[in-house]
Design a protein around this ligand. Structure first.
Ligand code: BES
Ligand code: MN
Ligand code: ZN
Length: 503
Protein backbone atom coordinates (compact mmCIF):
# COMPACT_ATOMS: atom_id res chain seq x y z
CA UNK A 1 0.00 0.00 0.00
CA UNK A 2 1.06 3.56 -0.70
CA UNK A 3 0.64 6.38 1.79
CA UNK A 4 0.49 10.14 1.32
CA UNK A 5 0.20 13.19 3.54
CA UNK A 6 -1.93 16.07 2.23
CA UNK A 7 -4.12 18.90 3.37
CA UNK A 8 -7.60 19.42 1.90
CA UNK A 9 -11.32 19.64 2.61
CA UNK A 10 -13.20 16.40 3.31
CA UNK A 11 -16.23 17.27 1.17
CA UNK A 12 -14.00 17.88 -1.87
CA UNK A 13 -12.04 14.62 -1.89
CA UNK A 14 -12.50 12.63 -5.12
CA UNK A 15 -11.69 9.24 -3.65
CA UNK A 16 -13.43 5.98 -2.90
CA UNK A 17 -13.66 6.66 0.83
CA UNK A 18 -13.36 9.55 3.28
CA UNK A 19 -12.80 8.56 6.93
CA UNK A 20 -14.17 10.80 9.69
CA UNK A 21 -14.77 10.29 13.39
CA UNK A 22 -17.76 10.63 15.71
CA UNK A 23 -17.43 10.88 19.49
CA UNK A 24 -19.76 9.11 21.85
CA UNK A 25 -23.25 10.49 22.35
CA UNK A 26 -23.47 11.43 18.69
CA UNK A 27 -20.89 14.17 18.87
CA UNK A 28 -19.33 14.69 15.41
CA UNK A 29 -15.68 15.70 14.98
CA UNK A 30 -14.95 18.83 12.94
CA UNK A 31 -14.44 16.83 9.74
CA UNK A 32 -17.68 14.89 10.32
CA UNK A 33 -19.50 18.18 10.88
CA UNK A 34 -18.09 19.53 7.61
CA UNK A 35 -19.42 16.49 5.75
CA UNK A 36 -22.73 16.88 7.57
CA UNK A 37 -23.05 20.47 6.35
CA UNK A 38 -22.10 19.58 2.77
CA UNK A 39 -24.67 16.76 2.72
CA UNK A 40 -27.55 18.73 4.18
CA UNK A 41 -27.42 17.04 7.52
CA UNK A 42 -27.06 13.43 6.36
CA UNK A 43 -24.78 12.46 9.24
CA UNK A 44 -26.95 14.15 11.85
CA UNK A 45 -30.03 12.32 10.68
CA UNK A 46 -28.22 8.97 10.63
CA UNK A 47 -27.09 9.57 14.20
CA UNK A 48 -30.62 10.51 15.27
CA UNK A 49 -31.89 7.22 13.82
CA UNK A 50 -29.45 5.49 16.14
CA UNK A 51 -27.12 3.89 13.58
CA UNK A 52 -23.99 5.59 14.92
CA UNK A 53 -23.64 6.61 18.53
CA UNK A 54 -19.88 7.14 18.45
CA UNK A 55 -18.94 4.19 20.67
CA UNK A 56 -15.28 3.26 20.30
CA UNK A 57 -14.89 0.58 17.64
CA UNK A 58 -18.27 1.26 16.01
CA UNK A 59 -18.24 1.88 12.23
CA UNK A 60 -20.74 2.77 9.55
CA UNK A 61 -20.15 3.02 5.80
CA UNK A 62 -22.36 5.55 3.99
CA UNK A 63 -22.78 5.32 0.23
CA UNK A 64 -23.93 7.82 -2.40
CA UNK A 65 -24.17 10.92 -0.23
CA UNK A 66 -25.06 14.00 -2.25
CA UNK A 67 -22.96 17.10 -1.77
CA UNK A 68 -19.61 15.31 -1.45
CA UNK A 69 -17.30 14.02 -4.19
CA UNK A 70 -16.29 10.72 -2.58
CA UNK A 71 -18.03 7.36 -3.17
CA UNK A 72 -18.29 6.55 0.52
CA UNK A 73 -17.91 8.07 3.95
CA UNK A 74 -16.65 5.82 6.70
CA UNK A 75 -17.87 6.98 10.11
CA UNK A 76 -15.70 5.74 12.95
CA UNK A 77 -16.82 5.75 16.58
CA UNK A 78 -14.20 7.24 18.89
CA UNK A 79 -15.72 6.82 22.35
CA UNK A 80 -16.19 9.74 24.72
CA UNK A 81 -14.26 12.84 23.75
CA UNK A 82 -12.80 13.34 27.22
CA UNK A 83 -11.63 9.70 27.33
CA UNK A 84 -10.01 9.87 23.90
CA UNK A 85 -6.43 8.78 24.51
CA UNK A 86 -3.53 7.01 22.81
CA UNK A 87 -5.10 3.56 23.07
CA UNK A 88 -8.40 4.84 21.63
CA UNK A 89 -6.56 6.51 18.75
CA UNK A 90 -4.77 3.25 17.89
CA UNK A 91 -7.91 1.19 18.30
CA UNK A 92 -9.85 3.50 15.97
CA UNK A 93 -7.23 2.96 13.29
CA UNK A 94 -7.17 -0.79 13.72
CA UNK A 95 -10.96 -0.64 13.23
CA UNK A 96 -10.52 1.51 10.12
CA UNK A 97 -8.15 -1.07 8.62
CA UNK A 98 -10.52 -3.96 9.25
CA UNK A 99 -13.55 -2.07 7.92
CA UNK A 100 -11.81 -0.88 4.76
CA UNK A 101 -10.86 -4.46 4.01
CA UNK A 102 -14.52 -5.40 3.78
CA UNK A 103 -15.27 -2.60 1.28
CA UNK A 104 -14.18 -2.35 -2.34
CA UNK A 105 -12.46 1.01 -1.83
CA UNK A 106 -9.06 1.30 -3.51
CA UNK A 107 -8.20 4.73 -2.13
CA UNK A 108 -9.15 6.66 1.00
CA UNK A 109 -8.45 9.89 2.86
CA UNK A 110 -8.18 9.70 6.62
CA UNK A 111 -9.27 12.67 8.78
CA UNK A 112 -8.78 10.95 12.15
CA UNK A 113 -5.22 12.35 12.06
CA UNK A 114 -6.77 15.75 12.93
CA UNK A 115 -7.82 14.51 16.35
CA UNK A 116 -6.24 15.83 19.51
CA UNK A 117 -4.61 13.21 21.70
CA UNK A 118 -3.44 14.69 24.98
CA UNK A 119 0.33 15.16 25.08
CA UNK A 120 0.79 14.05 21.47
CA UNK A 121 1.14 15.92 18.20
CA UNK A 122 0.42 15.50 14.53
CA UNK A 123 3.71 13.71 13.95
CA UNK A 124 2.70 11.12 16.53
CA UNK A 125 -0.82 10.81 15.09
CA UNK A 126 0.45 9.99 11.59
CA UNK A 127 3.14 7.67 12.92
CA UNK A 128 0.73 5.68 15.08
CA UNK A 129 -2.03 5.62 12.46
CA UNK A 130 0.40 4.17 9.93
CA UNK A 131 1.69 1.58 12.38
CA UNK A 132 -1.85 0.48 13.28
CA UNK A 133 -2.83 0.16 9.62
CA UNK A 134 0.35 -1.71 8.69
CA UNK A 135 -0.01 -4.03 11.64
CA UNK A 136 -3.61 -4.91 10.68
CA UNK A 137 -2.50 -5.52 7.10
CA UNK A 138 0.18 -8.07 7.98
CA UNK A 139 -0.33 -11.63 6.70
CA UNK A 140 1.95 -14.63 7.10
CA UNK A 141 1.47 -17.07 4.25
CA UNK A 142 5.06 -18.15 3.56
CA UNK A 143 4.30 -21.74 4.59
CA UNK A 144 1.11 -22.18 2.55
CA UNK A 145 1.12 -23.79 -0.88
CA UNK A 146 0.39 -21.62 -3.95
CA UNK A 147 -3.13 -22.93 -4.09
CA UNK A 148 -4.29 -22.08 -0.56
CA UNK A 149 -2.37 -18.82 -0.72
CA UNK A 150 -4.49 -17.75 -3.69
CA UNK A 151 -7.66 -18.50 -1.76
CA UNK A 152 -6.81 -15.87 0.85
CA UNK A 153 -8.72 -12.60 0.34
CA UNK A 154 -6.64 -9.85 -1.26
CA UNK A 155 -6.78 -6.36 0.23
CA UNK A 156 -8.25 -3.84 -2.22
CA UNK A 157 -7.04 -0.60 -0.68
CA UNK A 158 -4.01 0.69 -2.60
CA UNK A 159 -3.64 4.33 -1.55
CA UNK A 160 -4.25 5.97 1.77
CA UNK A 161 -3.85 9.69 2.39
CA UNK A 162 -3.51 11.13 5.87
CA UNK A 163 -5.03 14.55 5.88
CA UNK A 164 -3.44 17.24 8.08
CA UNK A 165 -5.22 20.42 9.22
CA UNK A 166 -2.77 22.96 7.75
CA UNK A 167 -0.19 22.96 4.99
CA UNK A 168 2.39 23.88 7.62
CA UNK A 169 1.68 20.48 9.24
CA UNK A 170 2.86 18.58 6.16
CA UNK A 171 6.53 18.15 7.25
CA UNK A 172 5.55 16.77 10.66
CA UNK A 173 3.11 14.37 9.00
CA UNK A 174 5.70 13.24 6.46
CA UNK A 175 8.23 12.61 9.22
CA UNK A 176 5.76 10.49 11.16
CA UNK A 177 4.93 8.53 8.02
CA UNK A 178 8.57 7.88 7.10
CA UNK A 179 9.42 6.69 10.60
CA UNK A 180 6.37 4.47 10.79
CA UNK A 181 7.02 2.80 7.44
CA UNK A 182 10.57 1.96 8.54
CA UNK A 183 9.32 0.61 11.87
CA UNK A 184 6.63 -1.37 10.06
CA UNK A 185 9.25 -2.87 7.77
CA UNK A 186 11.30 -3.96 10.80
CA UNK A 187 8.23 -5.31 12.56
CA UNK A 188 7.19 -7.31 9.49
CA UNK A 189 10.67 -8.81 9.12
CA UNK A 190 10.66 -9.75 12.80
CA UNK A 191 7.21 -11.31 12.49
CA UNK A 192 8.16 -13.25 9.35
CA UNK A 193 11.25 -14.76 10.96
CA UNK A 194 9.44 -15.44 14.23
CA UNK A 195 6.41 -17.10 12.64
CA UNK A 196 8.51 -19.57 10.66
CA UNK A 197 8.63 -23.10 12.10
CA UNK A 198 11.73 -24.44 13.81
CA UNK A 199 12.57 -26.83 10.97
CA UNK A 200 12.86 -23.89 8.56
CA UNK A 201 14.12 -21.12 10.83
CA UNK A 202 17.24 -22.87 12.12
CA UNK A 203 20.37 -21.12 13.43
CA UNK A 204 21.87 -21.42 9.92
CA UNK A 205 18.75 -19.88 8.39
CA UNK A 206 18.79 -16.93 10.80
CA UNK A 207 22.49 -16.37 10.10
CA UNK A 208 21.79 -16.44 6.39
CA UNK A 209 18.94 -13.94 6.72
CA UNK A 210 21.17 -11.64 8.76
CA UNK A 211 23.78 -11.70 6.02
CA UNK A 212 21.18 -11.01 3.33
CA UNK A 213 19.82 -8.09 5.34
CA UNK A 214 23.29 -6.62 5.76
CA UNK A 215 23.98 -6.94 2.02
CA UNK A 216 20.68 -5.29 1.12
CA UNK A 217 21.30 -2.33 3.42
CA UNK A 218 25.09 -2.20 3.08
CA UNK A 219 26.12 -2.71 6.66
CA UNK A 220 28.49 -5.35 8.03
CA UNK A 221 27.55 -8.82 9.20
CA UNK A 222 29.61 -11.78 10.22
CA UNK A 223 28.70 -15.18 11.55
CA UNK A 224 30.93 -16.87 14.10
CA UNK A 225 30.94 -20.66 13.72
CA UNK A 226 31.28 -23.28 16.42
CA UNK A 227 35.09 -23.46 16.17
CA UNK A 228 35.38 -19.70 16.72
CA UNK A 229 32.99 -19.84 19.66
CA UNK A 230 35.20 -22.55 21.15
CA UNK A 231 38.23 -20.31 20.75
CA UNK A 232 36.36 -17.54 22.56
CA UNK A 233 35.61 -19.98 25.41
CA UNK A 234 31.85 -19.55 25.17
CA UNK A 235 31.33 -22.61 27.34
CA UNK A 236 27.82 -21.65 28.46
CA UNK A 237 26.46 -20.96 24.96
CA UNK A 238 28.13 -24.03 23.46
CA UNK A 239 26.79 -26.32 26.19
CA UNK A 240 23.19 -25.55 25.18
CA UNK A 241 23.89 -26.27 21.50
CA UNK A 242 25.48 -29.67 22.28
CA UNK A 243 22.13 -31.46 22.49
CA UNK A 244 21.23 -30.74 18.87
CA UNK A 245 22.70 -31.64 15.49
CA UNK A 246 22.16 -28.06 14.25
CA UNK A 247 25.43 -26.21 14.82
CA UNK A 248 25.30 -22.95 16.82
CA UNK A 249 25.89 -19.58 15.13
CA UNK A 250 26.74 -16.21 16.60
CA UNK A 251 25.45 -13.41 14.38
CA UNK A 252 27.35 -10.12 14.69
CA UNK A 253 25.99 -7.02 12.94
CA UNK A 254 27.72 -3.65 12.67
CA UNK A 255 25.89 -0.58 11.44
CA UNK A 256 28.33 2.29 12.06
CA UNK A 257 26.77 5.46 10.68
CA UNK A 258 27.19 7.62 13.78
CA UNK A 259 30.13 9.76 14.84
CA UNK A 260 33.44 8.06 14.07
CA UNK A 261 34.91 6.37 17.11
CA UNK A 262 31.83 6.93 19.27
CA UNK A 263 30.99 3.90 21.42
CA UNK A 264 28.10 1.95 19.89
CA UNK A 265 24.77 0.84 21.25
CA UNK A 266 24.74 -2.94 21.43
CA UNK A 267 21.56 -4.94 20.91
CA UNK A 268 21.71 -8.57 22.01
CA UNK A 269 18.86 -10.95 21.17
CA UNK A 270 18.08 -14.52 22.20
CA UNK A 271 18.03 -16.63 19.03
CA UNK A 272 16.91 -20.00 20.40
CA UNK A 273 15.28 -21.43 17.27
CA UNK A 274 13.53 -24.18 19.24
CA UNK A 275 13.39 -24.73 22.99
CA UNK A 276 12.28 -28.22 23.98
CA UNK A 277 13.78 -27.63 27.42
CA UNK A 278 16.60 -30.13 26.98
CA UNK A 279 16.84 -33.00 29.46
CA UNK A 280 14.62 -30.94 31.80
CA UNK A 281 12.09 -31.39 29.00
CA UNK A 282 9.00 -29.21 28.72
CA UNK A 283 5.47 -30.66 28.80
CA UNK A 284 4.05 -31.43 25.33
CA UNK A 285 1.13 -28.98 25.44
CA UNK A 286 1.88 -25.78 23.50
CA UNK A 287 5.47 -26.84 22.99
CA UNK A 288 5.13 -25.76 19.35
CA UNK A 289 5.19 -22.17 20.63
CA UNK A 290 8.82 -22.62 21.56
CA UNK A 291 9.66 -21.95 17.91
CA UNK A 292 9.14 -18.35 19.05
CA UNK A 293 12.12 -18.56 21.40
CA UNK A 294 14.17 -16.69 18.77
CA UNK A 295 11.92 -13.62 18.79
CA UNK A 296 14.56 -11.55 20.59
CA UNK A 297 17.09 -12.33 17.87
CA UNK A 298 14.52 -11.59 15.16
CA UNK A 299 13.82 -8.24 16.84
CA UNK A 300 17.52 -7.34 16.61
CA UNK A 301 17.40 -8.02 12.85
CA UNK A 302 14.13 -6.09 12.52
CA UNK A 303 15.54 -3.11 14.40
CA UNK A 304 18.58 -3.07 12.12
CA UNK A 305 16.28 -3.10 9.07
CA UNK A 306 14.33 -0.11 10.41
CA UNK A 307 17.43 1.84 11.44
CA UNK A 308 19.11 1.20 8.08
CA UNK A 309 15.92 2.15 6.26
CA UNK A 310 15.91 5.47 8.15
CA UNK A 311 19.68 5.90 7.71
CA UNK A 312 19.82 6.86 11.37
CA UNK A 313 23.15 8.46 12.32
CA UNK A 314 24.03 6.03 15.11
CA UNK A 315 26.64 3.39 15.80
CA UNK A 316 24.77 0.17 16.37
CA UNK A 317 25.99 -3.38 16.85
CA UNK A 318 23.82 -6.48 17.04
CA UNK A 319 24.69 -9.83 18.57
CA UNK A 320 22.43 -12.85 18.24
CA UNK A 321 23.45 -16.22 19.68
CA UNK A 322 21.49 -18.89 17.77
CA UNK A 323 21.03 -22.56 18.62
CA UNK A 324 18.44 -25.19 19.53
CA UNK A 325 17.77 -26.56 23.02
CA UNK A 326 17.06 -30.25 22.37
CA UNK A 327 18.11 -33.45 24.02
CA UNK A 328 20.42 -36.22 22.93
CA UNK A 329 23.30 -38.17 24.43
CA UNK A 330 25.50 -35.09 24.51
CA UNK A 331 22.96 -32.68 25.94
CA UNK A 332 23.49 -30.74 29.17
CA UNK A 333 22.41 -32.68 32.25
CA UNK A 334 21.09 -31.20 35.48
CA UNK A 335 24.10 -30.71 37.72
CA UNK A 336 26.57 -30.13 34.89
CA UNK A 337 28.95 -27.26 35.46
CA UNK A 338 30.18 -25.12 32.57
CA UNK A 339 32.58 -22.18 32.33
CA UNK A 340 31.36 -19.04 30.64
CA UNK A 341 33.42 -16.74 28.41
CA UNK A 342 33.68 -14.31 31.34
CA UNK A 343 35.26 -17.10 33.41
CA UNK A 344 32.39 -17.62 35.83
CA UNK A 345 31.44 -21.24 36.44
CA UNK A 346 27.73 -22.06 36.24
CA UNK A 347 25.90 -25.04 37.66
CA UNK A 348 23.09 -25.98 35.27
CA UNK A 349 20.36 -27.14 37.62
CA UNK A 350 17.67 -26.93 34.98
CA UNK A 351 18.56 -27.32 31.30
CA UNK A 352 15.39 -25.40 30.40
CA UNK A 353 16.90 -22.18 31.79
CA UNK A 354 19.04 -22.06 28.65
CA UNK A 355 18.35 -18.52 27.46
CA UNK A 356 20.52 -17.02 30.17
CA UNK A 357 23.30 -19.48 29.28
CA UNK A 358 23.50 -18.39 25.66
CA UNK A 359 22.96 -14.73 26.51
CA UNK A 360 25.64 -14.48 29.18
CA UNK A 361 28.34 -15.31 26.63
CA UNK A 362 26.81 -13.00 24.03
CA UNK A 363 26.77 -10.18 26.60
CA UNK A 364 30.41 -10.81 27.50
CA UNK A 365 31.25 -10.78 23.80
CA UNK A 366 29.46 -7.42 23.44
CA UNK A 367 31.30 -5.95 26.40
CA UNK A 368 34.77 -7.21 25.45
CA UNK A 369 34.55 -6.54 21.71
CA UNK A 370 32.73 -3.20 21.65
CA UNK A 371 32.76 -1.62 25.11
CA UNK A 372 29.31 -0.24 24.19
CA UNK A 373 27.86 3.05 25.44
CA UNK A 374 24.63 1.14 26.12
CA UNK A 375 23.81 -2.55 25.90
CA UNK A 376 20.21 -3.75 25.60
CA UNK A 377 19.28 -7.40 25.46
CA UNK A 378 15.90 -8.83 24.58
CA UNK A 379 14.81 -12.36 25.24
CA UNK A 380 11.81 -14.63 25.66
CA UNK A 381 13.47 -15.51 28.92
CA UNK A 382 10.91 -16.57 31.51
CA UNK A 383 7.39 -17.92 31.75
CA UNK A 384 7.32 -16.04 35.06
CA UNK A 385 7.38 -12.72 33.19
CA UNK A 386 4.21 -13.78 31.36
CA UNK A 387 2.61 -14.49 34.73
CA UNK A 388 3.73 -11.12 36.09
CA UNK A 389 2.86 -8.78 33.22
CA UNK A 390 0.83 -10.72 30.68
CA UNK A 391 0.86 -9.60 27.06
CA UNK A 392 0.69 -5.84 27.58
CA UNK A 393 4.15 -4.95 28.80
CA UNK A 394 7.62 -6.37 28.38
CA UNK A 395 9.58 -6.75 31.62
CA UNK A 396 12.31 -4.13 31.85
CA UNK A 397 15.42 -4.35 34.01
CA UNK A 398 18.23 -1.81 33.97
CA UNK A 399 21.33 -1.15 36.02
CA UNK A 400 21.02 2.59 35.42
CA UNK A 401 17.89 4.65 35.98
CA UNK A 402 18.26 7.10 33.07
CA UNK A 403 18.45 4.18 30.64
CA UNK A 404 15.35 2.63 32.20
CA UNK A 405 13.52 5.94 31.88
CA UNK A 406 14.55 6.38 28.23
CA UNK A 407 13.27 2.90 27.37
CA UNK A 408 10.01 3.32 29.31
CA UNK A 409 9.40 6.63 27.50
CA UNK A 410 10.10 5.09 24.09
CA UNK A 411 7.66 2.32 24.98
CA UNK A 412 4.91 4.81 25.84
CA UNK A 413 5.56 6.83 22.68
CA UNK A 414 5.45 3.82 20.39
CA UNK A 415 2.68 1.98 22.19
CA UNK A 416 5.09 -0.93 22.74
CA UNK A 417 5.24 -0.62 26.48
CA UNK A 418 7.57 -2.00 29.10
CA UNK A 419 7.28 -2.05 32.89
CA UNK A 420 10.24 -1.93 35.22
CA UNK A 421 11.03 -4.69 37.68
CA UNK A 422 13.84 -4.50 40.24
CA UNK A 423 17.43 -5.69 40.00
CA UNK A 424 18.10 -5.32 43.72
CA UNK A 425 21.19 -7.05 45.11
CA UNK A 426 18.93 -8.77 47.68
CA UNK A 427 17.98 -11.27 44.96
CA UNK A 428 21.58 -12.28 44.22
CA UNK A 429 21.98 -14.88 47.01
CA UNK A 430 19.07 -16.79 45.47
CA UNK A 431 21.27 -18.07 42.61
CA UNK A 432 24.05 -19.33 44.89
CA UNK A 433 25.35 -22.76 43.94
CA UNK A 434 26.70 -25.47 46.21
CA UNK A 435 29.49 -26.23 43.72
CA UNK A 436 29.99 -23.43 41.17
CA UNK A 437 30.14 -19.61 41.14
CA UNK A 438 26.39 -19.60 40.72
CA UNK A 439 23.46 -21.67 39.47
CA UNK A 440 21.32 -21.03 36.40
CA UNK A 441 18.09 -21.14 38.45
CA UNK A 442 17.07 -20.13 41.94
CA UNK A 443 18.31 -22.44 44.68
CA UNK A 444 16.37 -20.49 47.30
CA UNK A 445 12.63 -19.79 46.97
CA UNK A 446 12.22 -21.95 43.89
CA UNK A 447 9.34 -20.36 41.97
CA UNK A 448 9.40 -16.86 43.40
CA UNK A 449 10.30 -13.86 41.24
CA UNK A 450 11.31 -15.96 38.24
CA UNK A 451 11.68 -13.04 35.82
CA UNK A 452 13.88 -11.17 38.32
CA UNK A 453 16.01 -14.25 38.95
CA UNK A 454 16.65 -14.54 35.19
CA UNK A 455 17.64 -10.88 35.02
CA UNK A 456 19.79 -11.22 38.16
CA UNK A 457 21.73 -14.00 36.45
CA UNK A 458 22.38 -11.83 33.38
CA UNK A 459 23.34 -8.90 35.62
CA UNK A 460 26.33 -10.95 36.83
CA UNK A 461 27.76 -10.50 33.32
CA UNK A 462 26.91 -6.86 32.69
CA UNK A 463 28.23 -5.02 35.72
CA UNK A 464 30.73 -3.07 33.58
CA UNK A 465 28.15 -1.81 31.08
CA UNK A 466 25.19 0.54 31.12
CA UNK A 467 22.76 -2.28 30.51
CA UNK A 468 19.06 -3.07 30.16
CA UNK A 469 17.25 -6.36 29.71
CA UNK A 470 13.82 -6.75 28.14
CA UNK A 471 11.99 -9.96 29.00
CA UNK A 472 9.64 -10.29 26.02
CA UNK A 473 8.22 -13.74 26.85
CA UNK A 474 4.70 -12.30 27.16
CA UNK A 475 4.86 -9.73 24.37
CA UNK A 476 6.80 -11.25 21.45
CA UNK A 477 3.83 -13.33 20.37
CA UNK A 478 0.20 -13.77 21.36
CA UNK A 479 -2.18 -16.49 20.30
CA UNK A 480 0.45 -18.24 18.13
CA UNK A 481 1.18 -15.07 16.15
CA UNK A 482 4.37 -13.05 16.38
CA UNK A 483 3.90 -9.38 17.32
CA UNK A 484 7.21 -7.91 16.15
CA UNK A 485 7.75 -6.44 19.61
CA UNK A 486 9.94 -4.83 20.92
CA UNK A 487 11.01 -3.39 17.54
CA UNK A 488 8.78 -0.27 17.84
CA UNK A 489 10.14 0.44 21.34
CA UNK A 490 13.76 0.02 20.24
CA UNK A 491 13.49 2.07 17.05
CA UNK A 492 11.77 4.85 18.99
CA UNK A 493 14.54 4.70 21.60
CA UNK A 494 17.16 4.97 18.82
CA UNK A 495 15.27 7.83 17.12
CA UNK A 496 15.28 9.69 20.45
CA UNK A 497 18.93 8.79 21.04
CA UNK A 498 19.98 10.04 17.59
CA UNK A 499 18.00 13.28 18.04
CA UNK A 500 19.63 13.91 21.42
CA UNK A 501 23.11 13.23 20.09
CA UNK A 502 22.65 15.57 17.15
CA UNK A 503 22.07 18.61 19.36
N1 BES B 1 11.92 -19.90 26.53
C1 BES B 1 11.56 -20.18 27.86
C2 BES B 1 10.70 -19.10 28.50
C3 BES B 1 9.26 -19.04 28.04
C4 BES B 1 8.35 -19.95 28.52
C5 BES B 1 8.85 -18.04 27.22
C6 BES B 1 7.02 -19.85 28.12
C7 BES B 1 7.52 -17.94 26.84
C8 BES B 1 6.61 -18.85 27.29
C9 BES B 1 12.81 -20.30 28.72
O1 BES B 1 13.91 -20.85 28.10
C10 BES B 1 12.47 -21.20 29.86
O2 BES B 1 12.19 -22.34 29.62
N2 BES B 1 12.48 -20.67 31.08
C11 BES B 1 12.15 -21.42 32.22
C12 BES B 1 13.09 -21.01 33.32
C13 BES B 1 12.97 -21.87 34.56
C14 BES B 1 13.43 -23.27 34.28
C15 BES B 1 13.78 -21.24 35.65
C16 BES B 1 10.71 -21.10 32.59
O3 BES B 1 10.29 -19.92 32.47
O4 BES B 1 9.99 -22.00 32.98
MN1 MN C 1 13.89 -22.96 28.19
ZN1 ZN D 1 14.01 -20.64 26.07
Amino acid sequence: MEYFVKSGNPEKQRVACVIVGVFDRRNPTESAATIDQATDGAIGSIMRRGDMDGKLGQTLVLHNLTGVFCDRVLLVGLGRERDFDEAAFRKAHATVARTLRSTGAIDAVDYLTHLTVKGRDLHWNVQQATLALESEGYRFDAMRSEKTREDLPKPKLERLTFDVPRRSDLPAGEKGLTEALAIARGVALTKDLSNLPGNVCTPAYLADQAQKLAEAYRFKAKVLEKAELEKLNMGAFLSVAKGSSEPPKLIVLEYLKGAKGEAPIALVGKGLTFDAGGISIKPAGQMDEMKFDMCGGAAVLGTFAAVAELKLPVNLVGIVPCCENLLNGEANKPGDIVTSMAGHTIEILNTDAEGRLILCDALTYAEQTYNPAVCIDMATLTGACVVALGAHASGLFANQSSLARALLTAGEQSGDRAWELPLWSEYEPQIKSEFADFANIATVGSREAGAIIGATFLHKFTKKMKWAHLDIAGTAWTGKKASGRPVPLLVQYLLNYAAKHEE
